[in-house]
Design a protein around this ligand. Structure first.
Ligand SMILES: Nc1nc2c(c(=O)[nH]1)N[C@H]1C(S)=C(S)[C@@H](COP(=O)(O)O)O[C@H]1N2
Ligand SMILES: [Mo]
Length: 422
């Protein structure tokens, strides 16, 4: 068989099946496509020189991939929040330019020259570090997610915000470079081999809010980082330039930005941010506190309300994110029928500790209505709960730590909507 006849045979087969798309959803090449057959303007002239964008920005056609806020949540933009466009991102790394921001008193601007970090309290040698000092200690690189405890917090009482950016976008996942907090505490003379039972550190930022939080010593010495780079470049101003604290797997509020002081103490401070805020009031009126770890959670990012199916029936890639503050994600299941039946998704790579995992379900869509859900499992055996299960134990008075299974209703046109299933 010559190439010509085999090609003709292939086309005939395609036509016989009445298909305009091939098996992988690709276009049939029978009709000449001017974008392939004709010389286009971009091939008829010259492109930009290398002097046009010394610091590159996304191309204008991607201008909708931006942080957004929710108007009724954002009466005041200083003590506020915006959301990562996770519906439009792929892989796992969040570019700094669209990573959500949460400030209690605005993003402050500081130079490296003005930066100081004090370590005091129960240490042998209270010290003040400059930025240059920090750069002379051994560095580490780690990818970690940072999730605000209030992520998904508007969904407790019912399905409310129509977009995964708004329901789940108070999260980012970046590669941090920094010095371990253990190294800095040891430099200040903390005897890390001694009895540190019941010892805590209190960390505060240089901004007006100070955002002070108490961290048990065990966590402080385990994996916390004094970070000065994210995704290979300096932290952006809004993420704490020049230095922030990274507290892997624990609620974003503890990741103090513009960190200025670390005090070693005999107990926790019980600051505003860990009593009046960032505690979870239960049905009976009592509150849970010290709920630092972010429980296993996942969500389908596409299709979703801001990312409808636009290609019609046939092959469909269901794409989503999973993460857990207790280690690594081991499995994610996807349901198309609101949790009645489940298929195990493909993890793009093995789950990594306290970092986001991308999952895929490579499937076929026949235009049927779907109630899309995803359910994460982590290395401790923990399984992401349904909304009903979470409400059973937590009631409806909470804001923080809502890690329930999310449902998107996808209609026959491919449009998606935030719904609840009972
Ligand atoms: N100094 C300081 N640190 C802070 C805050 C703040 O307002 N001031 N906000 C906290 C909260 S509530 C969260 S969720 C994270 C958000 O980090 P991001 O703005 O880099 O996304 O920073 C935390 N660290
Ligand atoms: Mo937060």
């Amino acid at each position: 068989m010559t190439n010509k006849t085999s090609r003709r045979a292939f086309l005939a087969k395609g036509l016989a099946a009445g298909a305009t798309v091939g098996a992988a959803g690709t276009a049939n090449a029978a009709t000449p496509d001017p974008l392939i057959t004709e010389v286009q303007p971009w091939a008829s002239g010259l492109g930009d020189g290398v002097d046009v964008s010394p610091y590159g920005l996304p191309i204008s056609h991607e201008a909708d991939v931006v942080r957004r806020n929710v108007e009724w949540l954002t009466a005041d933009t200083i003590s506020s929040i915006n959301f990562t466009p996770i519906h439009a991102l792929e892989g796992t790394i969040t570019p700094q330019g669209c990573a959500f921001e949460r400030h209690h008193s605005g993003a402050i601007e500081m130079t490296k020259g003005d930066y100081r970090l004090m370590v005091n309290g129960l240490v042998d040698r209270p010290l003040v570090f400059t930025y240059d000092d920090l750069e002379r200690f051994p560095r580490e690189n780690h990818v970690y997610f940072c999730e605000c405890a209030a992520n998904t917090g508007m969904e407790w009482a019912g399905a409310q915000l129509n977009g995964v950016q708004f329901t789940h976008g108070m999260i980012h996942n970046m590669e941090y470079t920094g010095v371990s907090l253990r190294t800095i505490l040891e430099e200040a003379g903390l005897d890390t081999a001694g009895d540190l039972k019941d010892k805590w550190v209190y960390v505060e930022g240089a901004d007006a809010s100070s955002n002070g939080r108490s961290i048990p010593m065990e966590k402080a010495l385990d994996d916390c980082l004094i970070a000065f780079k994210a995704n290979g470049e300096a932290l952006r101003k809004e993420h704490g330039y020049p230095v922030r604290l990274v507290v892997p797997g624990w609620e974003g509020n503890m990741w103090v930005k513009w960190i200025r002081r670390i005090e070693v103490m005999d107990g926790p401070v019980e600051s505003r941010e860990e009593t009046s805020k960032y505690t979870d009031t239960l049905e009976n009126g009592t509150s849970r506190k010290w709920t630092w770890e972010m429980d296993a959670k996942s969500v389908v990012t596409s299709p979703s309300p801001q990312s409808p199916i636009t290609h019609g029936k046939g092959p469909l890639v269901i794409s989503g994110l999973a993460w857990t503050g207790r280690g690594a994600i081991t499995r994610v299941d996807v349901s198309k029928d609101g949790g009645k039946t489940w298929e195990t998704a493909r993890l793009a790579k093995d789950g990594e500790k306290m970092a986001m995992t991308r999952f895929y379900l490579d499937t076929t869509w026949d235009g049927e209505e779907m109630l899309l859900q995803s359910r994460a499992m982590d290395e401790t055996g923990y399984v992401q709960p349904t909304k009903a299960q979470l409400r059973e134990t937590r009631g409806l008075n909470s804001i923080y730590h809502n890690n329930c299974i999310q449902t998107w209703l996808v209609n026959s046109k491919g449009e998606a909507e935030n719904v609840e299933v009972s």
